[in-house]
Ligand binder design. Structure first.
Ligand code: H53
Length: 829
């Protein structure tokens, strides 16, 4: 600490920081003090938001001493640090999580009760930081929770967006987006450190110069912004550890651009400030379909450059020998979003620290590893060379040099195969010249991993085939995982209590212990209690829905949930076809009503605002839902619910209540899925294709406890190869025809046939994701679901086995796999 010598060492200032007494009185005292001195109110004049903020500050106070300790250790112990670089962290609410981690839940409950405060009302005002879109962002949040719980020195680096994922509402069944000003009522969980800001540069040009006989390059940037770090606590569960999530916010370097100011254009100079601050203004709402917008590249470079500089300057000791960098850090690239960090580290090492290119490259290759999260070709980020060269001219030069060296290596290994060279080049030429970020990451990374077994296999066999041939050992798999603290212990307190009663408390950090429940699946008394928990969770969800102005749940209904981003490859439309077909079957008398179980179909999904087809699908779900839920002929039988603004908080109410988990993507398209894991872990049975992590879920829970349907990935490929004609499936299947015809007839759009015409034609004549080809198999599987649900005892047994066999999907296990296979880092004491 550079300034410590200058600081007076008052005896009180050098004494160790201690947490307030861990007692109800100690907590109450601290809470009231925070109400008074941080919120400026008394208990009697406080409102619920004051109480929430004071409570959050109190929890912080308890964690603070541990946080100081862990940061000091990070400096002195010189352990290898995992720097997780992610453009998204979908954190969810913090209060209950942090209380739980710090063992303060009971104390806080009692303290608030003594103050006459309704704890649930306080909980309800917390606005979750929605700094991510979906699976990828939520995965990052699970990972940092597990790393803290496992005492692995970690810094999560990302962006402190001013506006997170938009708030969704519906008007006439169509999605409306509103900005999510998540900090407007305060943000008690983060600490701004403007004094530790980094200056991040953009644009300009490069030049060479003579540095004592050596020709070197340097970058003369044109403009810059400040990256101000906001630190958030990431407490481990019951281990006294607190890691850091460091999110960067963009602030203008100079409030008044002097030149502009002197020329008299005050307004213009303030506008320039807004330009800089736009960088961290808003999260891009596209999930797995990047837009290639300049602002997005600015965001990516902004946070990655700030993070690398922060690590080197502030985490490493002052005179650190950078040749040893790989011993102290691994930068994990969460998808391609942070990959611009590769040329940035090269620039720092070569231009600033004056290392030789080859030495710098050897270091860089050891410091990065890359996780790929997709198979969709349109999701692999590419940046037009002219855009990248304009914004980051030096980085483009470095990328060209990396590519030249790499292609030489390819020629040495495989000869002058021009086709191969073109296919593997980091610079693509078609349709226009651009940098392929996934290839750059693959060339630079020490390891490349996919996120489920099937996905990693398809990466090796298709998407990155040539690279896997060149470097077979570089490729590995780490199947995703989810944190059992948030998604079982907190979200499902009643099931947690039942499990703890049966197995002891250790399962929260050792999820494989859930295996112990297998034996209890055959215990009628346990089954009854398990079923009672599910029923109670449904009532709780019903209350949550009613509080949001939605219809409640009906007793005895099978709760069938599809909660995930709206994307064609995930096939919400296939789900709609099942609903429409069932509805039509009952209304027309074609179906034996008694064989159809009463069901509530529950959707949760946001669509990217610019994704027209996804928005039409939302409209269709709502339109079908309105008609079905209002039709007397299916009353008590079918109900469709689509609460708006699905987010982590709502997921925490839905998942524990679910009976059936819809994981119905076209095989080979969903990299992993993580909602599938959360639902199985909470005792929902999966109806799913052999895709992503479904494959592993099915293997673990067993075929008897999983409803498999649809084409396998090789079958999908074969059907494509022979020429897929969706209309043939329509012609050949009467039920499919009736369902599609009903939609086309205007039955769900007040007779207006034009409303869903684009959707219907897309299904009949394009159907990129082969919903029609899998329809028959899906309906048959749904019949098996109905039959299985009719035998409640057998169903509950299957549900218990799903819980018992899902321990593998803990993110703690995923972190152990990353540590062993990729990071080679170890927990510290
Ligand atoms: O990442 C999840 C996977 C899921 C995949 C998702 C994802 C995004 O949310 C965003 C971009 C991207 O390339 C992939 O779709 O299958 O479970 C976490 O790995």
């Amino acid at each position: 600490d550079k300034s410590s010598e200058l600081r007076p060492t008052h005896p009180l200032a050098v004494a160790p920081v201690v947490a307030p007494a861990a007692s109800v009185d100690g907590f109450t005292k601290q809470f009231l003090q925070n109400l008074n001195f941080d919120q400026g109110v008394t208990l009697s004049t406080s409102d619920v938001n004051d109480q929430y903020l004071a409570l959050a500050y109190t929890v912080r106070d308890y964690l603070m001493a541990r946080w100081f300790d862990d940061r000091a250790k990070q400096k002195t112990q010189q352990a290898k640090t995992v720097c997780y670089l992610s453009a998204e962290y979908l954190l969810g609410r913090q209060l209950d999580n942090n209380l739980l981690a710090a063992r303060l839940t009971d104390i806080a409950t009692e303290a608030l009760a003594q103050c006459g405060i309704d704890f649930d009302a306080v909980r309800a005002v917390e606005i979750e930081p929605g700094l991510g879109n979906g699976g990828l962002g939520r995965l990052a949040a699970c990972f940092i929770d597990s790393l803290a719980t496992m005492s692995v020195p970690t810094i999560g680096y990302g962006i402190r967006y001013e506006y997170g994922i938009f708030r969704q509402s519906f008007a006439d069944g169509q999605q409306i987006e509103q900005p999510d000003a998540w900090t407007r009522m305060g943000s008690p969980w983060d600490f701004a450190h403007p004094e530790a800001a980094q200056t991040i540069s953009f644009a300009g040009h490069t030049e060479t110069y003579d540095d004592e006989g050596v020709t070197r390059s340097r970058w003369i940037p044109e403009w810059n912004v400040l990256a101000v770090p906001y630190n958030m606590m990431v407490p481990g569960y019951h281990n006294g550890r607190v890691n850091t999530l460091r999110l960067w916010r963009a602030v203008a370097t100079n409030a008044f651009d002097l030149h502009t100011f002197n020329s008299g254009d005050y307004v213009e100079s303030v506008r320039a400030q807004t330009f800089a601050e736009n960088i961290s203004k808003v999260l891009y709402p596209e999930d797995s379909t990047p837009q290639g917008k300049e602002l997005r590249l600015q965001q990516q470079y902004f946070f990655v450059a700030a993070s690398i500089a922060d690590f080197i300057e502030n985490v490493l000791p002052d005179d650190f020998d950078l040749e040893k960098l790989p011993e102290r850090v691994i930068f994990q690239l969460n998808d391609t979003h942070p990959v611009i960090g590769v040329p940035e580290l090269m620039r720092v090492l070569v231009d600033e620290k004056k290392l030789e290119w080859d030495a710098a490259w050897a270091i860089t290759q050891k410091c990065f590893a890359y996780t790929c999260h997709t198979l969709l070709p349109e999701a692999l980020e590419v940046w037009p060379v002219d855009l990248l060269g304009r914004l980051l001219p030096r980085h483009l030069e470095i990328i060209y040099r990396i590519n030249d060296d790499f292609l030489l290596e390819v020629r040495e290994r495989f000869g002058d195969d021009e086709m191969l060279i073109r296919n593997m080049s980091i610079i693509g030429e078609h349709p226009s010249r651009s940098v392929r970020m996934a290839y750059l990451a693959t060339v630079a990374g020490s390891k490349v991993n996919g996120v489920a077994e099937l996905h990693s296999q398809l990466l090796r066999d298709n998407v990155l085939k040539d690279f896997a041939q060149m470097w077979p050992d570089k490729f590995t798999n780490v199947t995703n995982g989810v944190t059992p603290r948030r998604f079982l212990r907190l979200a499902n307190p009643e099931l947690s209590a039942l499990i703890t009663e049966a197995l002891g408390a250790g399962w929260t950090v050792d999820l494989e212990r859930l295996r112990g429940l297998e034996a209890l699946a055959d215990d009628a008394d346990f089954r009854e209690r398990f079923a009672a928990v599910k029923a109670s969770n449904k009532r709780r969800l019903s209350r949550v829905l009613e509080a949001r102005g939605e219809a409640p749940l009906d007793d005895g209904h099978l709760l069938d949930v599809m909660i995930k981003r709206l994307h064609e490859y995930k096939r919400q439309t296939l789900k709609v076809l099942h609903i429409v077909s069932t509805y039509e079957g009952i209304v027309s008398g074609r179906l034996d009503v008694d064989a159809v179980q009463p069901r509530t179909f529950l959707f949760g999904a946001k669509a990217a605002p610019g994704y027209g087809m996804a928005k039409r699908i939302i409209h269709l779900i709502n339109a079908v839902g309105d008609v079905v839920s209002a039709d007397e002929r299916v009353q008590g039988k079918l109900k469709v619910l689509y609460p708006a603004n699905y987010n982590v908080t709502l997921a925490e109410s839905i998942i524990p209540a679910a009976d059936l988990s819809e994981q119905i993507s076209l095989a080979g398209k969903e990299a992993s899925g993580t909602g599938n894991m959360k639902l199985a872990l909470n005792g929902a049975l999966t109806i799913g294709t052999d895709d992503g992590a479904n494959v592993e879920i099915r293997k673990l829970v067993g075929d008897d406890n999983f409803f498999l349907f649809g084409m396998s990935e090789p079958e999908v490929e074969a059907l494509w190869a022979e020429g897929y004609r969706p209309a043939d499936f329509y012609q050949e299947d009467g039920e499919l025809r009736r369902a599609i015809d009903l939609i086309a007839s205007g039955a769900f759009s007040d007779g207006d046939r034009s409303v869903f015409e684009p959707l219907v034609s897309n299904l009949l004549y394009d159907d990129r994701f082969m919903a029609l080809a899998d329809f028959r198999s899906y309906l048959d599987a749904q019949d098996r679901v109905d039959a299985a649900y009719a035998d409640q005892d057998a169903w509950v047994r299957s549900a218990i086995l799903n819980v018992a066999r899902s321990g593998y999907f803990s993110s703690d296990r995923a972190m152990r796999d990353y540590l062993d296979r990729i990071w080679h880092a170890t927990p510290i004491s």
